[in-house]
Write a protein that binds this ligand. Sequence first.
Ligand code: C2E
Ligand code: CA
Ligand code: CA
Ligand code: CA
Length: 284
Amino acid sequence: AKSAGGNRFELADPEADARAITRHGLTTALPAALDRGEFFIEYQPLVHLGDGSVRGAEALVRWLHPQHGVLGPDRFIPLAEHTGLIVPLGRWVLEESIRQAREWRERYGAADPLRINVNLSPCQLTHPGLVQDTVDILERAGVAPDALCLEVTESALIGADDDLLKPLRRLAEMGVDIALDDFGTGYSNLANLRRLPVSVLKLDRSFTQSMQQFPADPVDLKIVEGIVSLAHSLDLAVTVEGVETGAQAEQLRILGCDTAQGWYYARPGPPERLHDLALVDATG
Ligand code: C2E
Ligand code: CA
Ligand code: CA
Ligand code: CA
């Protein structure tokens, strides 16, 4: 069964009013928070399942709220999407994490740069400035497009028409990787994958969770095996998220997944932590 989250019904909930007030308060505080620099980014390493090396990191935004402390993205991204603030906020996340990618490159040299994964919300996809903003940010930082992977959820691309896909195609042509995030939750037509300019499938955490038991559910194993072989036949890499145990990692490696992410390797953390992890990795 899936854990809590997603659809929450707030009928007859004594805390509903308080939450609504907070929600309203947070929503109105968002623009000033961006101006005041209250957002920060944690990075979670992406690890190659074959050799255990750190290949890059996903940027995950947080809000250090002066009264409420650190708020996770689930608390404010939906609000920012609702008000449109997600466009400048998302641009800031892109700019800051690409600056960070350049810093990593300067530390490790250009031979094997750490790549950076950044989440894109559907509102950013439809914003006309996306391609130009991304090009400008990469150029200003002197970072090559192939160091960047943009993660778009499967649900954002379901039934996507050509207008929606055009900016993603242009970015892909420039060398930016596009990952289909939370894959397997959106009931998309697998044959449709061919039409999308994606090069990475990020298998949703629910699949990883089903690898928790040993032996894992044989049907789940078959499904993951099928997704991986289809992905590879379409030249897509497979990343798995939510890996919490070594047993899961081993199972997913055997199933042919390429890259993994999860608490087993590291929780999201400050950028210096990635320096340490990658350094340990580089020096054995
Ligand atoms: P996501 O893109 O699916 O990111 C993965 C989430 O799983 C992150 O939650 C991460 O902290 C969590 N996670 C990582 N490893 C494990 C694990 O081993 N076990 C468990 N149980 N969880 C794990 P987080 O940081 O709270 O982010 C939640 C969502 O917020 C993200 O889901 C993403 O959709 C969204 N988000 C985060 N940053 C941004 C951003 O800059 N822009 C946009 N548009 N969305 C963002
Ligand atoms: Ca993601
Ligand atoms: Ca995900
Ligand atoms: Ca998710």
